[in-house]
Design a protein around this ligand. Structure first.
Ligand code: EPU
Length: 420
């Protein structure tokens, strides 16, 4: 197991290029199960979750060739309808194969993802929707077993909460259903929209993309297509905060500023100087940031995937901020670690009251999930002395070459095998 060792206190400067979005690459890969043929996917991020999804697909029968950030996925038929527990337990997003397998191949057996550090994360809304479309679903031996005779039937589905992977799973399944499916209170995340545009290129009939009502007119079959994955908005935000928290000046390129509106508004409110171009954002720290309140919400609200990183910035702000997490019930595990670095944070239910301190001090800390790891790295970049972040395998799930990209900006970061 590796850890990341950071010598804090260096001002970051320079340019960093953003990779393709992990949370788009995953459903897009899963969706290749919806048709025979070949799909060429460009700008695929080199992160472990994408590798895991590739293993799931290969197990199911897909052929995958990788050349740099280009994946060529060919499906001649499926070898199995079962996504094994060994892979699903390492990545909840494996559940995204459920809709495509069921809709195209009539059966799907997917291990039920277990607990998760950031919340319960059930998949009841995915299952209820597929059942409403005519699937027979049983949970046995830790697996979800779904099957359908003939085609799924279009249905009107209302999601109690706008679930991202739930919307994606059901949207993919509905592409091949008989009749029209209407998804109400659907997720509006850019990742959902990018998946929809890929499906449309493949012959799907999807409208209302980017709104909370998505309508899908089912077609008998889809075909292959090429697609370039949208840039990762969470990686973008993480580097913007890296610039701001180190008093630096960083230009983030090959990104989609229009997908980062809520974060940009909050950074501006905190007094961080931003220059926004079409596909780049320049960030310049403007003295100590001001404390601002933040509440996570489904898109276009402030992303829960940026909450931990924003908290690292607020830990060094002037004044007190209240950070409210409304999407996941226990996504504050980074707080105890930030406290070890000298942060002044009090948790009250789903609120974290963060009182900015003048300095953080480097310490050994432990990452609990992907975005918590990013938060601790950011805190380490700004802290005095050495910070050692252990369990960085969480980081490798979703950030491509984070240490190399930070080093390119002047950070002193190195990866080491963890001492036991
Ligand atoms: N929920 C239910 N029932 C369901 C589905 C969701 O109650 O059937 C609840 C969840 O427990 C949660 C809320 O709905 O409280 C929203 O969860 P959602 O389903 O939207 O999350 P997800 O689809 O499992 C995706 C991202 C997460 C990101 C969330 C929220 C992927 C692969 N994962 O998860 O990304 O935090 O949406 O935006 O797209 C990450 O990248 O670090 C990450 C955790």
């Amino acid at each position: 197991m590796d850890c990341m060792v950071i010598q804090g206190g260096r001002r970051l400067a320079g340019e960093v290029r953003i990779s393709g979005a992990k949370n788009t690459a995953l459903p897009i890969l899963a969706s290749t199960l919806l048709s025979k043929g070949t799909c060429a996917l460009l700008n695929m991020p080199d992160v472990r979750d994408v590798l895991t999804m590739s293993k799931v697909l290969t197990h199911l029968g897909a052929g995958i060739e990788v050349h740099g950030d280009r994946y060529t996925v060919t499906l001649a038929g499926v070898a199995s309808c079962q996504a094994p527990y060994e892979l699903v337990k390492t990545m909840r997003a494996s559940v995204l194969v459920l809709g495509p397998l069921l809709a195209r191949w009539g059966e799907a057996i997917v291990a039920l993802p277990g607990g998760c550090a950031i919340g319960a994360r059930p998949i009841n809304l995915h299952l209820a929707a597929l059942e409403k479309m005519g699937a027979e679903i049983h949970i046995e031996h830790g697996n979800v077993h779904a099957c359908i005779r003939g085609r799924l039937k279009g249905a009107r589905i209302y999601f109690d909460v706008p679930t991202v992977t739930g919307t994606e799973n059901v949207m993919m399944a509905a592409c091949l259903a008989e009749g029209t499916t209407v998804l109400e209170n659907a997720a509006r995340e850019p990742e959902v929209s990018d998946l929809a545009s890929f499906l449309i290129k493949r012959g799907a009939r999807v409208s209302g993309v980017g709104t909370d009502v998505i309508t899908i007119d089912g077609v008998p079959e889809l075909h292959g297509a090429d697609h370039e994955i949208v840039p990762d908005r969470v990686e973008t935000g993480t580097y913007l905060i890296a610039g701001a928290i180190t008093g630096g000046e960083v230009r983030v390129v090959r990104c989609r500023p229009d997908h980062c509106d809520a974060l940009l508004a909050k950074l501006q409110e905190a007094g961080v100087a931003l220059k926004v171009e079409k596909e780049a954002i320049q960030v310049r720290a403007n003295g100590q940031p001001r404390a601002v309140d933040v509440k996570t919400l489904p898109y276009p609200g402030f992303p829960t995937d940026m909450q931990a990183q924003m908290m690292a910035l607020m830990a060094l702000a002037r004044g007190s901020s209240v950070i409210t997490e409304t999407v996941f019930e226990s996504r504050f595990l980074h707080v105890l670690e930030l406290q070890r670095m000298g942060a002044d944070i009090r948790i009250e239910g789903n609120h974290a009251v963060v009182t900015g301190v003048g300095r953080l001090s480097g310490a050994p800390v432990m990452a609990s999930d992907l975005r918590a790891s990013a938060c601790l790295i950011l805190a380490g970049l700004a802290a005095e002395g050495e910070t050692r972040v252990s369990r960085v395998y969480h980081l490798d799930r979703g950030y491509e070459r984070l240490d190399a990209k930070l080093t390119g900006l002047g950070a002193q970061v190195r990866r080491e095998a963890e001492r036991v």
